[in-house]
Ligand binder design. Structure first.
Ligand code: UD1
Length: 365
C-alpha cells in the first residue's frame, strides 16, 4: 500500500515528519514524500528536512512562486501528471497552504482517497487565502484528522459526517517535543535581564500594505526601547520592507536576520520572553512552550491557544500593543508540555502514531 504525503511550504515539513516516521513502523505500507516546490530557498526548505531528520523528498515538482492561481494551477498540472504515472493508494495533505488545496483538487478528480491533517480549523475570515484552502480541502477529504476540539465542531457544523473525523492531537507538537528532547531543553529560559522578543510577520494583511507595515515598524521600534527584539524575516516580508521606508526604519532598532532554521528557531522560542507573530503554527508552539504570544491578527483559527492562556489577539497597531506585551510578559503559564487544555486535546508528542493508525485503517479498508 502506497501512502503519499504532499508538502510544499515550511510548516508542512514540520507536520509530515512525525507521520512519516510513525508509518515507517507499520508493516505493508510504503510512505513517500512529494515536495511541490512552493518553498524552495535552502532556509525555507532543505534545512527543515535536515533538522527534522526527514529523508529527501521522493518526488520534487519544483513549481516555485507565483500568484495564487499560477501557483495552485502549476501544482495541479504537475501533480496530476505524477499521480497518473504512479497512482498512490492514499494521499495525505497538511495544513492550509496552496500546495494542500491544489493536491486535494487533483485527488478528488482522479478518484484517489485523501486525508487532511489539521482539518476543521476556521478563522471565518475569507480574506485569508489559507481559509479558502482549508474550506476546499476539508470539503474534498475522505478522512479529517483534527488537532483541537474546534476542528471537530466546525466540521460537524458544515455537515461532515462524524465517521470521517478523527481527533488525533497535534503532530506539529510531536516535532517540537522531539527537537526539545534532542537539544536537551526541558524548561523555558527567558533572560533574567532585558526581555527578549522574537518577531515573525508574513501575512499579506500585515506586510502587503505600506501604511500598516510602517505602523508595525514604529511599534517594533518602541518595543525595542525596553527589549531586545529579534526579527527573522520571511522572503515575502523582506521584499516588502525593501520596497518601503519601513525597512530602513527597522534597521536601527531591531535585529533583522534571515529566516532561522527549525532547530535555531525553537531554541530562540524557548529562550524568549515574548513572541509577536502572525503565524498560525507559532501560536501553537508558544502555547506548548508556555511562552506569551501576541498575535497581530483580528482572529485565529486556533482558539485552543486563547483558551490555553498564552495567546492574545492584537489586531490594532497602536500603543495598546505595548501595554499588552508588558501585561502578558508578567504572567506565568504552565511549564513546557504541561498545559492541561493542550494535553486534553492530545498535544502530548504522540499524535504521529495516532495519525498513522487512522491512515493505515483507511488504506487497508
Ligand atoms: C505560505 C502560505 C502560508 C504559510 C507560509 C509559511 C499560502 C497561500 N501561503 O505563505 O499560509 O503561513 O507559507 O511560510 O500557501 N519566496 C522565496 N523563497 C521561498 C518561498 C517563497 O523567496 O522559498 C518568496 C517569493 O517571492 C514568493 C513569496 O515569498 O512569491 C511568497 O511565497 P508563497 O509560498 O507564495 O507564500 P508565503 O507567504 O510563503
Amino acid at each position: 500500500m502506497h501512502i503519499q504525503h504532499v508538502v510544499g511550504a515550511r510548516p508542512n515539513f514540520v507536520k509530515v515528519a512525525p507521520v512519516h516516521a510513525a508509518l515507517a513502523t507499520l508493516p505493508g505500507i510504503r510512505s513517500t514524500i512529494l515536495h511541490t516546490g512552493q518553498h524552495y530557498d535552502r532556509l525555507m526548505s532543505d534545512v527543515f528536512f535536515e533538522d527534522l531528520r526527514l529523508p529527501a523528498p521522493d518526488v520534487s515538482l519544483g513549481v516555485g512562486s507565483g500568484t495564487h492561481a499560477e501557483q495552485t494551477g502549476a501544482i495541479m498540472v504537475a501533480f496530476e501528471r505524477q499521480v497518473a504515472a504512479e497512482p498512490p493508494d492514499l494521499v495525505v495533505v497538511y495544513g492550509d497552504v496552496n500546495s494542500t488545496a491544489a493536491a486535494a483538487l487533483v485527488c478528488a478528480k482522479a478518484g484517489i482517497p485523501l486525508a487532511h491533517v489539521e482539518a476543521g480549523l476556521r478563522s471565518f475570515d475569507r480574506t485569508m487565502p489559507e481559509e479558502i484552502n482549508r474550506m476546499v480541502t476539508d470539503r474534498l477529504a475522505d478522512l479529517l484528522l483534527v488537532t483541537e476540539p474546534a476542528g471537530r465542531k466546525n466540521l460537524l457544523a458544515e455537515g461532515v459526517v462524524a465517521g470521517r473525523i478523527v481527533d488525533t492531537g497535534n503532530v506539529m507538537i510531536d516535532s517540537l517535543a522531539g527537537l526539545l528532547e534532542r537539544e536537551g531543553i526541558r524548561e523555558r529560559r527567558p533572560p533574567a535581564g532585558k526581555p527578549r522578543v522574537i518577531v515573525t510577520l508574513h501575512r499579506p494583511s500585515n506586510v502587503d500594505e505600506p501604511g500598516r507595515l510602517a505602523q508595525l515598524a514604529d511599534l517594533l521600534g518602541s518595543l525595542a526601547a525596553t527589549a531586545e527584539v529579534l526579527f527573522p524575516v520571511h522572503p515575502r516580508t523582506r521584499a516588502r520592507l525593501a520596497a518601503t521606508p519601513a525597512g530602513a526604519q527597522l534597521a536601527g532598532t531591531v535585529t533583522v536576520v534571515e529566516p532561522l532554521r527549525y532547530r535555531d528557531f525553537v531554541r530562540e522560542l524557548a529562550g524568549a520572553s515574548l513572541i509577536v507573530t502572525d503565524s498560525g503554527g507559532i501560536q501553537e508552539e508558544s502555547a506548548y512552550l508556555g511562552v506569551p504570544c501576541l498575535t497581530l491578527r483580528a482572529n485565529t483559527e486556533r482558539p485552543i491557544t486563547l483558551e490555553a492562556g498564552t495567546n492574545r489577539l492584537e489586531p490594532e497597531c497602536d500603543g495598546d500593543l505595548l501595554g499588552a506585551a508588558r501585561d502578558l510578559m508578567g504572567r506565568r503559564f504552565p511549564p513546557i508540555g504541561r498545559n492541561p487544555v493542550l494535553l486534553a486535546a492530545g498535544w502530548d508528542g504522540h499524535a504521529g502514531p495516532r495519525v498513522a493508525a487512522a491512515l493505515a485503517a483507511l488504506v487497508r479498508r
